[in-house]
Design a protein around this ligand. Structure first.
Ligand code: SF4
Length: 211
């Protein structure tokens, strides 16, 4: 067998969102793709000005095949509505397209993707952004922020202000709604207020950029 002495060229990415959706289902670029789950593609209008990026599909999302339809999605929807951002006009996707989990009895418990897995899957979200060309991206939580910025950041330090990507959209980061759901009482109220404030700033930026 002849072994190539130069790395194989990156295959060409599909030139449509439907094509990317089909390709991620077959993707095995990182170990998560081998766990027998279905990949979940982003959803929303092709001309969305705002792309919202989560970490990865959860248990409900993987079963239903849609992003942000579980409890975290419902919390996100309610905060978007309060901030005056119409979710139907946003494109919602994830930094990692397959659901990483550990089986405990009948339950599939979420496991965070590694930095390397996020970096590998970034190739797909770059494809989505190339096609959609949004003005703004909202990254929810540390994994999404890494997927968009290419480095690990502290959400509390970087939230609520723009991070321009060279030749691309402005990235804004905030907490992931799943994190808010895990908090209780005063901690939950405080973090939800911060989350709401971040979304209001983003909504104001959307209004500034609107033609
Ligand atoms: S998680 Fe991303 S990179 Fe990994 S196999 Fe799935 S689509 Fe491919």
């Amino acid at each position: 067998m002849i072994t190539p002495d130069v790395p194989l060229a990156e295959p060409e990415r599909p030139h449509s969102l439907a094509g990317i959706g089909a390709a991620i289902e077959a993707c095995r670029r990182c170990p998560i793709g081998f766990n027998g789950t279905h990949a979940v593609m982003g959803e929303g209008p092709r001309d969305a000005t705002l792309v919202i990026v989560g970490e990865q599909p959860g248990d409900v999302e993987e079963r239903e095949g849609h992003p942000f339809v579980g409890p975290a999605g419902r919390l996100l929807n309610s905060h978007l509505e309060d901030a005056g951002i119409d979710r139907a006009r946003t494109y919602v996707t994830n930094a990692v397209k397959h659901f990483k989990f550990v089986q405990r009895g009948k339950r599939r418990l979420h496991q965070s993707p590694t930095a390397k897995e996020i970096d590998i899957c970034r190739w797909w979200i770059e494809g989505e952004l190339e096609l959609i060309q949004p003005q703004l991206v909202l990254a929810l939580g540390g994994s999404a922020a890494r997927g968009m910025l290419g480095k690990t950041v502290t959400i509390q330090k970087e939230r609520g202000r723009p991070h321009p990507l060279a030749g691309g959209p402005e990235v804004w980061v905030t907490a992931h709604p799943s994190y808010l759901l895990r908090l209780k009482d005063e901690g939950r109220r405080t973090e939800e207020q911060r989350f709401a404030a971040d979304l209001r700033k983003l909504a104001a930026r959307m209004a500034e950029l609107a033609p």
